[in-house]
Design a protein around this ligand. Structure first.
Ligand code: PLP
Length: 356
């Protein structure tokens, strides 16, 4: 039986993506070839790449606005260094908002390239909130933030107004909510949180932001080279990109980001209402900063953990334990997780209440 998959990433994808991916492994487009054995230069795969890049921009409302979408290797973690390589001037500086483990890893890499200012941090509160009162100096090359903190369950509900280019790691909430994406000069996201399987990374970049650093950039790390090669500078991750395209098509057919946003809000409301109502549980993130994607919560009495764990496993739930740096539980409710799966979890939380 299919599990209710709450894994933080790689994560659940729509069933039709699994079905179509499986069919394409056996025979891709009636070509007599598996998607795993075709050339990335074949007409059929070039069409996949072109559509995936165009559809990503279309769903984000960035078509015809000077942006390019790229499918890269190396995960969001490689973007932590590609961003400063491509956007921080030699002898330049950048501003970073420290909202969690991933933001911190981005800061660590930027420090190799130049002055890296941390404008605010919630580290002292174990990243349970999003700092809001901070100033971004006007002379930095860019401001970097993390829209959704996968591990700590916090999410930026608004973004600072600033005259400097804004770069955002949207790995765990891209395509989940409406935003004015044209406010960002560069967005990146590892596919495996909300877009596809592991092995591809989406980068959406405003072309005019590039080529201004004065740095010599190694080819594989140079966004301009990848743009010129139409995201095929080297062999791309053929299968993860195909599965990502299927997920983007699924999202478009559903009505795009506005449609999935409504469902995501329903799922989050259902679960957070129970976390707040049920005396056995408490949420770990500041209420106004709670993520609609990753809900982090604890049992007030740890001794109930064995029974709770038994109940949710029996209900067919998978992937609920929290990240080791927060403990407790983390329910990742990415786009493809159905509302019914959240209802199953809420029912288990209520059942626990009747049993202790
Ligand atoms: C998972 C995650 C990362 C790391 O992604 P990789 O693709 O494994 O490098 C970075 N940022 C955020 C917000 C994440 O959730």
């Amino acid at each position: 039986m299919k599990k209710h998959n709450y894994s933080a990433g790689p994560c659940i994808l729509p069933q039709e993506v699994f079905d179509k991916s499986a069919a394409a492994i056996l025979d891709f487009n009636n070509s007599g070839l598996s998607i795993l054995e075709i050339s990335h230069r074949s007409k059929d795969f070039v069409a996949v790449m072109d559509e995936a890049r165009a559809l990503a921009l279309e769903l984000l409302g960035l078509e015809g606005k000077g942006y390019q979408a790229l499918f890269m290797h190396g995960g969001a973690s490689l973007e932590f260094l590609m961003v400063p390589y491509n956007l921080m001037k030699s002898n330049g500086k950048a501003a970073y908002l420290d909202t969690g483990t991933w933001a911190n890893n981005a800061i660590k890499e930027a420090k190799h390239f130049g002055e890296t200012l941390v404008v605010a941090s919630s580290k002292d509160a174990n990243y349970s909130f999003i700092p809001k009162d901070y100033a971004i100096p006007a002379d930095v090359d860019y401001f970097h933030c993390t829209s959704n903190n996968t591990i700590f369950g916090t999410q930026m509900k608004s973004f600072p107004e600033t005259g400097v280019p804004v770069v955002c790691d949207m790995s765990s909430d891209i395509f989940s909510r409406t935003l004015d994406f044209s406010k960002f000069d560069l967005i990146y996201a590892g596919a495996q949180k909300n877009m596809g399987p592991a092995g591809a990374t989406l980068v959406v970049v405003k072309e005019e932001s590039l080529g201004k650093t004065g740095r010599t950039i190694p080819s594989m790390l140079d966004y301009q080279k990848h743009i010129a090669a139409e995201s095929m500078y080297n062999t791309p991750s053929v299968f993860p990109i195909y599965a990502s395209l299927l997920t983007l098509q699924w999202l478009k057919n559903l009505g795009g980001i506005p449609a999935i946003e409504k469902i995501n809000e329903q799922k989050a409301a259902l679960l957070y209402t129970e976390i707040d109502r049920n005396p056995l549980f408490k949420g770990t993130a500041n209420v106004e900063d709670r993520s609609t994607m990753n809900a982090t919560f604890l049992l007030n009495d740890e001794s109930n953990a064995p029974l709770f764990d038994e109940l949710w496993k029996k209900a067919g739930i998978s992937g609920l334990p929290g990240h080791r740096s927060v403990g407790g539980y983390r329910a990742s409710m990415y786009n493809a997780l159905p509302l019914e799966s959240v209802q199953v979890l809420v029912d288990v939380m209520k059942e626990l209440e009747t049993k202790v």
